[in-house]
Design a protein around this ligand. Structure first.
Ligand code: PEP
Ligand code: MN
Length: 343
């Protein structure tokens, strides 16, 4: 159920509607738009019993939402969600095209700084790097843990880029929230519902990657878990899915970009590195993603990929990363977007 407020509804009227919803035992989510505010209702087991909600001052109408996802849906919020970082021009989902680049994992201070320096010079607003790595083998490099997060925080101070890093469980989530600007939840955890709910109680933006075999509906429902707990700053990230094709690590499902945009107000990102698994194929897919209307791309860059402790095969050399960002700037202009400076 969605309570659509009148265009001129006052903040007090919106507050009164939210309070009434909470009194009824549900949860209220006020989603302001440029024209009007809509208040989403969650926490109901079956259909919401609307009672006298429609009689409250400032209420225009009540709408039943038939889709299983509600808060992520365009039905509740027509305008795109824009996630801003105060004091900078970096944003997700606005006119700007956001670029996240960096190594798969933070391996040493030297490796991370070498990557960050080049990535910053080439114009990326966000630096990525895992301090907690979800690896297929327990014997593979698992990440530097909190020390890796401290290195990322130093990189933010030195280069001004915002920091994106993955949390893999409830424990790492608390640390990641403390150090990072954007919390990443990886493909393997897309349906880790307790982690999603906990991320929903945090106040930092969450980049949610699509599970390797998740349908778009499952992907949106995973995002819904985060929003339902009150964190509305979620970025969707397509990173390739498992198919019968073996020429590529995964199959990049670019068609999800326009469809997600139709169905949801959340920003949609593309990660061509984990999708292709080969550095030679990353630039083509990154260019295609921007042309397809993605709000940004995330790709891996390593100063010496041959020595990388994870995902070296798909990491771009810093020079290749810089060239790619140059190409993305040109494509961005054609689709009426711009790669903004971080500050
Ligand atoms: C990553 O971004 O480092 C990562 C592990 O990605 P994914 O969860 O998409 O595999
Ligand atoms: Mn990786």
């Amino acid at each position: 159920m969605l309570v659509v407020m009148q265009a001129h509804a006052t903040p007090e009227q919106i507050k009164a509607v939210c309070e009434k919803i909470e009194l009824m035992g549900y949860r209220a989510h006020a989603m302001p738009g440029s024209e009007r505010t809509a208040v989403g209702i969650t926490g109901n087991k079956g259909a919401v019993e609307p009672g006298t909600l429609d009689e409250l001052p400032g209420v225009q109408e009540l709408i039943r939402v038939s889709k299983p996802y509600k808060l992520v849906s365009r039905d509740i919020k027509e305008e795109n969600t824009v996630i801003r970082f105060p004091g900078t021009d970096a944003a997700f989902g606005g006119k700007g095209l956001a670029i996240i680049a960096g190594p798969c994992g933070i391996e040493t201070r030297e490796q991370a700084f070498a990557a960050a320096e080049r990535v910053a010079q080439s114009g990326a607003q966000f630096f990525r790097g895992g301090a907690y790595k979800p690896r297929t083998s327990p014997y593979s490099f698992q990440g530097m843990g909190e020390h890796g997060l401290q290195i990322m925080a130093e990189i933010r101070d030195e280069f001004g880029m915002k920091i994106v890093t993955e949390a893999i469980d409830n424990e790492s989530l608390e640390l990641v929230e403390r150090y990072a600007d954007v919390i990443q939840i990886g493909a393997r955890n897309m349906q880790n519902f307790s982690l999603l709910k906990k991320a929903g109680r945090m106040r930092k933006p969450v980049m949610l990657k699509r599970g390797m075999s998740a349908t778009l509906e499952e992907f949106l429902m995973a995002a819904e878990y985060i929003l339902s707990e009150g964190n509305y700053q979620v970025i969707l990230c397509e990173r390739g899915i498992r198919t019968f094709s073996h020429h590529s690590r995964c199959t990049l499902d670019l068609s999800v970009v326009p469809v997600a945009r139709d169905l949801s107000h959340l920003p949609i990102f593309v990660d061509p590195s984990h999708a292709t698994g080969h550095r030679e194929r990353v630039p083509a897919m990154a260019r295609a993603a921007v042309a397809a209307g993605a709000d940004g791309v995330m790709f891996e860059v390593h100063p010496s990929p041959d020595q990388a402790l994870c995902d070296g095969r798909q990491a771009l050399l810093p020079q290749q990363g810089a060239e790619l960002i140059g190409q993305l700037r040109a494509i961005a202009a054609i689709v009426a977007r711009k790669v903004e400076a971080v500050r």
